[in-house]
Design a protein around this ligand. Structure first.
Ligand code: ADP
Ligand code: MG
Length: 392
């Protein structure tokens, strides 16, 4: 009996997920606490307790100096995060390993897998890839196979459609998540899915949209109601009087943003103390078009990157089958419409933007043999040399 890896993990900047391939289909596991498929990639350190996920996210507001999120952006760098409550630093690898360990608790079958497929952005170089592998080993996996996210998304789509629709074709995977934007040109060549080219921005995603709502809509509305000097700095600076309010406002902005994907207007309820010590309350209304105006520039930047890929590969929009949308921020109607409008390529929203990558990872894992020999169980450590690797 040949054994396969079966387990797949989407180790995301904002959210992580785990799934298993079983007899031809894929199950995305749910968090036994809260029954959601997504685990926020946030780790909080509370004295001797480590809180990962939703519980960690709560501490972003309460204790931002002992809570870390978005650490995938720093994978493969030598940067680490100072954790105030521990008086220690943690590396992006350590933090990712905590997320991976937490995902293992979602497996309700009692299995403890020793092998896993973990997805990485197409833009990850050798150092970032090795860092991801190391996080997997630190979390107790002996065999870690990496898979590029646009390939995973394409596999999820391919397994959803019947027939050979994708044969001899090429398409774009447009992934707009919480922290990063990645766009990739994918093609089937000799029966193999390949990323031909990619572009992206490590600092463009849904979290930036939340910040734009606070900065451009919420803050100007509060400023009108009370006495504030330099309110943005008081909110955003770690030592600012209103720093923990900043995280609360971001959370309210995110809620409002999600509502605006299906509704034309919503409200943000704010209570904040002004410089004179007076509590200012405001119910700020936000319409879908207000929101669209603040994100337009960012969305147009993503379209530009897509165009860059087309030009670099001498392709016309008509050469592409579609733009496959993934990542939570592609729920935003304007994102879908703008890409269609600016590029004239059909937008494909057939896969679930939240779990497509983990589903593709599990399908891949269902075909990948287990190799848990002594040799594969020992891993080359991430290179101590600081090399920048680039390839076509
Ligand atoms: P990542 O790949 O960074 O881990 P995800 O693909 O899970 O992230 O996307 C998370 C982002 O998607 C967050 O910024 C979240 O606010 C946003 N998001 C989720 N659902 C919606 C929605 N319905 N409308 C708009 N944005 C959404
Ligand atoms: Mg993602």
């Amino acid at each position: 009996m040949s054994k396969t890896i079966n387990f797949g993990i989407d180790l995301g900047t904002t959210n992580s997920l785990i799934a298993k391939f079983n007899k031809g289909s894929v199950e995305v596991y749910k968090n036994p606490v809260g029954f959601k498929e997504t685990l926020p990639s946030v780790v909080a350190f509370r004295n001797d307790r480590i809180l990962v996920g939703e519980k960690g996210r709560v501490y972003l507001e309460k204790d931002p100096k002992s809570t870390v999120g978005q650490f995938k952006r720093k994978m493969g760098t030598t940067e680490s995060y100072k954790i105030k409550s521990l008086d220690q630093s943690k590396t992006p690898i350590d933090l990712s390993a905590f997320v991976l360990k937490e995902l293992k608790t979602f497996i309700h079958t009692g299995e403890t897998p020793e092998a896993v497929v973990i997805t990485i952005p197409a833009s990850f170089d050798m150092v970032q890839s090795n860092a991801t592998k190391e996080a997997g080993h630190q979390a107790g996996f002996k065999q870690v196979v990496l898979l590029q996210e646009p390939i995973a998304a394409s596999l999820a789509y391919a397994n959803k459609t019947t027939g050979n629709e994708l044969n001899n074709s090429q398409w774009i995977v447009y992934d707009l998540g919480g922290g990063t934007f990645d766009v990739a040109l994918v093609r089937i060549a000799e029966g193999e899915l390949k990323v031909i080219d990619h572009e992206g921005d490590n600092f463009l995603g849904g979290a930036d949209f939340d910040a734009l709502i606070v900065e451009r809509i919420v803050v100007p509305a509060i400023e009108k109601k009370g006495q504030f000097s330099d309110i943005l700095n008081q909110l955003k600076s770690g030592s600012g009087r209103l720093n923990s309010k900043w995280y609360a406002l971001l959370a309210s902005a995110e809620e409002a943003k999600k509502e605006l994907s299906t509704k034309s207007a919503t409200e943000i309820d704010v209570e904040v103390e002004d410089d004179a010590g007076e509590v200012i309350s405001a119910l700020i209304s936000v319409t879908r078009s207000d929101f669209e105006a603040v994100i337009k520039e960012a969305v147009d930047t993503t379209a530009e990157m897509l165009r860059t890929i087309l030009t670099r590969n001498s392709l016309q929009p008509s050469d592409l089958k579609f733009v496959l949308m993934v990542g939570g921020s592609t729920y935003i109607p304007m994102v879908r419409n703008r890409i269609k409008e600016l590029l004239g390529i059909p937008v494909n929203t057939d896969i679930d933007p939240t779990n497509a990558i983990v589903i593709g990872a599990a399908y891949y894992a269902g075909n990948k043999p287990l190799e848990l020999s002594e040799a594969s169980a020992t891993v080359a450590p991430a290179s101590p040399l600081k090399l920048k690797v680039s390839y076509n």
